[in-house]
Design a binder for this molecule. Structure first.
Ligand code: 5AD
Ligand code: SF4
Length: 487
């Protein structure tokens, strides 16, 4: 019998991509294999996002196509998961009766069970309004079918306790929960033993990791007390009880043998502590890249957004990070057209963006999300033509600094990890520098993804570097996955 196949389409952020890997892991554990042709898959998963785009139109469009496909192939099974499913459950159920399973952000681990259930009972909708079985709701706590063998994502916390007025995340992902420290370190050890050498720690607000946890120092098996010194600043009167800080986690993860690169996203500027900067500077494995979302350069807009910092404070934090961490690359997120944004507010954003000299900026047009405070500010929405002109202006400023930052790398030798053959030119390999920049280079021999090499930078654009191979430093340690066709 031929194995059933699956295909997953992911909308949105890394958190969602990680959830998708996890659904893939569950489906594969159930005997399914990835479909070579997504249109012919037996099970299709749409993992949705509602943070920015009006993803609903796209989703209902895709579901329309799938309806026709299901009429032709009644065996086709459809799962819709993620934030949009969590938020728009009733509408989804009403408009898409051909969907077999609708599940939310807190019960991803139930995907296969619900699929089995739907075979018995017909369409199933199961949404948890909050994470009930805490450990189970962490994407990392389950088998994952990783897309890349040498690199892994790990959710260290879920949810968000902040109240940014434009943001739907607290409503769909719930309150902040940190995954236990020892569990995370143990998972990194397992991943490293499996050949993974790069870990990306994921959370909505990684710097508040541990706020809800308390560790008994003696219970932290395998981790030296020394690594917990930063956390011990938090010690109450009983000095053995500490709260782990994000800095402790960075240190402990970096100390795992075989881990060469540690990345994380995203820290909230208001919570970026000196301990984190020290941990980034002192642990060689932690990459010299910081994603620090600015959102706006205007203090009155930052207040209206509920961000908890001023532009000046942001720039101070940035300066402290740059002073503490050698050769730091900085990326950011900026929203244009938040309700009430005046010409003066926008000028301030331009000025701060120019001052901050970002290596990379993700710029977004404000999008009112139902259920957020800012969506109720309809009387202050900015004219779309004005917003689009501002968006272009900001883009010019951020592209200028990105290009300058990239050009400044020309002549340097960068340590890179090979990602694969370049998508644009199959004679070139694409790789990542420690600063998270894309670096394309030619190599006479094919180097496997995960190979570490040093490359001389010879050219640069706003979003890439180009160079020449200097030498191969190390071959990847992971086993290459050999595709098997189940017979
Ligand atoms: N409109 C526009 N951008 C948004 N973001 C989050 N919510 C919205 C919204 N309603 C952006 C923020 C955040 C990034 C992940 O998405 O810049 O940092
Ligand atoms: Fe949303 Fe703000 Fe939380 Fe980030 S910190 S997830 S923007 S509420």
């Amino acid at each position: 019998m031929t194995a059933k196949t699956y295909a997953i389409r992911t909308f949105g952020c890394q958190m969602n991509e990680h959830d998708s890997e996890r659904i893939a892991g569950l489906l594969e554990a159930d005997g399914l294999v990835p479909a070579l042709d997504a249109d012919a898959a037996d099970v299709v998963v749409l993992n949705t996002c509602c943070i920015r785009e009006n993803a609903d139109n796209k989703l209902y469009g895709t579901l329309g196509h799938l309806k026709t496909a299901k009429e032709q192939r009644p065996g086709l099974e459809i799962i819709v998961s993620g934030c949009l499913a969590q938020n728009d459950r009733e509408e989804l159920q009403r408009r898409a009766g051909h969907v077999d399973v609708i599940l939310g952000t807190h019960n991803v681990h139930r995907a296969v069970e619900l699929l089995h259930q739907s075979r018995e009972t017909g369409p199933v909708l199961e949404i948890w309004d909050e994470a009930l079985e805490e450990a189970e709701s962490f994407p990392s706590a389950l088998a994952v079918r990783r897309e890349i063998d040498y690199s892994a994502w790990m959710s260290i916390q879920i949810g968000c306790d902040n109240t940014c007025t434009y943001c739907i995340v607290p409503a769909v992902r719930g309150r902040e929960l940190s995954r236990p420290f020892g569990e995370l370190v143990a998972e990194v050890q397992r991943l490293a033993a499996d050949g993974v050498h790069e870990i990306t720690l994921l959370g909505q607000n990684v710097n508040s990791y541990g706020r809800d946890l308390t560790l008994a120092r003696r219970e932290v098996g395998g981790v030296d007390d020394d690594v917990l010194i930063a956390g011990s600043l938090w010690a109450a009167d009983d000095s053995r009880r500490i709260r782990p800080l994000f800095a402790d986690l960075l240190t402990a993860v970096s100390a795992v043998e075989g881990i060469e690169r540690v990345r994380f996203t995203s820290p909230h500027p208001k919570d970026l502590r000196p301990e984190t900067i020290i941990a980034m500077a002192e642990n060689d494995a932690v990459c010299n890249h910081l994603h620090l979302p600015l959102q706006s350069g205007s203090d009155s807009i930052l207040t209206a957004m509920h961000r908890g910092y001023t532009a000046e404070r942001y720039l101070e934090k940035l300066a402290a990070a740059r002073a503490g961490i050698e050769d730091l690359a900085v990326s950011t997120d900026i929203i244009v057209g938040f309700p009430g944004e005046s010409e003066d507010d926008f000028e301030r954003t331009l000025a701060v963006a120019a001052d901050a000299e970002f290596d990379l900026a993700y710029t977004f047009i404000f999008s009112p999300r139902d259920g957020t405070v800012a969506a109720t500010y309809a009387d202050r929405f900015v004219d779309p033509d004005v917003v689009s002109a501002r968006f272009k202006q900001l883009h010019t400023v951020t592209e200028r600094s990105a290009l300058a930052k990239h050009r400044a790398r020309i002549g340097r030798v960068e340590e890179v990890v090979v990602e694969g053959v370049s998508r644009r030119n199959d004679q070139m390999l694409s790789s990542r520098t420690r600063q998270n920049k894309l670096l394309h280079f030619a190599s006479a021999t094919a180097l496997r993804p995960g190979t570490r090499a040093s490359v001389l930078v010879t050219d640069a654009g706003a979003h890439y570097l180009a160079g020449e191979l200097v030498e191969v430093l190390a071959a990847p340690r992971h086993r290459t996955r050999i595709p098997v066709s189940a017979g």
